[in-house]
Ligand binder design. Structure first.
Ligand code: T4K
Length: 380
């Protein structure tokens, strides 16, 4: 089989029609309002609130700031229980708030934090739980909230992967005390860089809005030591035009995901994550397989290298585990013996290319290649 003539990346950004972007750019330039809660920002915040079906949204400049601000305004301190199977931004947001991340193992099926292992990690210093809806697959929010209520802990969800995901009729941003979203270029929905925090309490929304703008209340009063985490007018305008084409993008990804699932589920040694038996409306953020070396005949790392030879650039999200980073080594929660599932999963997962602009024939060819790689140890 011949390699692809051009590189196939793990993702490509959702790009709106250029004319729509140019019109928006003209609006921004005509208004001479580039940032600091301009007209695009106000409109975008309103539309996002409706789209996410949440009471309150605060737009910010990226998903990492969203996490940092959420932890800050909820006044988290001491230790926070989180997952090691995530992007570095999750524990780093805690570190930047002088909070110690305590790593909890994950579920074998969903790859999300395992609620049955949280209680054993709670100490008098624990102030919250920071779960991640990994790859847009919702956590067991009921079990997590039950523990949080019992021990009076806050819950902040890292919802970076789940823009638009719903559990039943409920938008994913309604769970816990706050949720942090990322609108990075690599996400299903993007504003180049960008993010948002959703919450239910108007007082929290007010605190976030103050904190992301230096702590300004009016022109002359500073009520808190805030930072600058504002979304600018171009990002907001880009988001407004992207929102209009998002349903089409998700539909395309759903179709490609169905092809992957249908083809790859027949291959021995390839598996996928499953959700917690709930009615979930997915956003098809990415497509991740788990490779069982014994059954597939090649390790995840070998498959990753082999696919490169065909111009297919997959990614090992998330490897290594965050608990293996040097900066988090001073805690017993990082010992591999305490994180057996996360340790295995992180060595076996591989994100395959998925984005609306990917042709169905490309997905079929990727499946052909994966299938053939299982059968043969030789170059195809
Ligand atoms: N929490 C979680 C659970 C997260 O996964 C993330 C971010 C965050 C928090 C923090 O949110 P942000 O602060 O980023 O808003 C990417 C993204 O940069 C990162 O946003 C994302 N998670 C993570 C999972 O993936 P990299 O370093 O792997 O991206 P990069 O630049 O290698 O891009 C991947 C592929 O995408 C490229 O091979 C090609 C394609 N690409 C990328 C960009 C930026 C394009 O085609 N065009 C582009 O403009 O982190």
């Amino acid at each position: 089989m011949k390699p692809f003539s051009k590189p196939i990346y793990v993702t490509r950004p959702l790009l709106p029609d250029r004319k729509a972007i140019h019109r928006k750019l003209d609006e921004i330039l005509d208004a001479q309002w580039l940032t600091n809660r301009g007209p695009q920002h106000k409109l975008f915040e309103k539309e996002i609130t409706r789209y996410l079906k949440v009471p309150y949204v605060s737009l910010v400049n990226n998903g990492t700031s969203a996490l940092q601000l959420a932890c800050r305004v909820l006044r988290l301190t001491g230790e926070v229980i989180t997952t090691p199977f995530t992007f570095p931004a999750t524990p780093h947001a805690l570190y930047w708030n002088n909070i110690k991340p305590v790593f909890c193992d994950i579920e074998e099926a969903s790859w999300n934090i395992d609620p049955s292992k949280i209680e054993a990690l709670i100490t008098p210093a624990t102030s919250a739980i920071l779960p991640v809806h990994v790859f847009g697959n919702p956590c067991d929010t009921k079990a997590i909230q039950k523990i949080a209520d019992k021990y009076r802990l806050k819950v902040v969800y890292d919802a970076a992967h789940c823009f638009g995901v719903k559990v039943g009729e409920k938008g994913i941003g309604n769970f816990g005390d706050a949720s942090a979203f990322s609108f990075h270029a690599t996400k299903v929905f993007n504003t180049l860089e960008g993010g948002a925090i959703t919450c239910k309490d108007p007082a929290i929304k007010e605190r976030i809005d103050l904190a992301k703008n230096f702590g300004f209340q009016g022109e002359n009063t500073i009520v808190a030591p805030g930072i600058n985490a504002k979304m600018d007018e171009f990002q907001a305008a880009f988001g407004l035009v992207c929102l209009k084409i998002l349903a089409r993008e998700i539909k395309k990804r759903k179709k490609l995901t169905a092809i992957y699932q249908q083809r790859l589920s027949k291959i021995e040694g390839i598996d996928f994550a499953t959700n917690n038996n709930r009615t979930v409306e997915h956003n098809y953020y990415n497509f991740v397989i788990r490779v069982d070396e014994g059954e597939f005949g090649k390790s995840r790392d070998q498959l990753y290298e082999e696919l490169k030879k065909y111009n297919i650039f997959t990614r090992k999200y998330f490897y290594p585990l965050c608990s293996q980073f040097q900066c988090y080594r001073d805690s017993s929660s990082v010992f591999p013996i305490n994180l057996p599932v996360a340790g295995r999963v992180s060595k076996e997962v591989l994100s395959l290319p998925l984005y609306g602009g990917l042709a169905e024939s490309c997905v079929s060819k990727i499946c052909d290649i994966v299938e053939a790689l299982r059968k043969s140890n030789n170059q195809l």
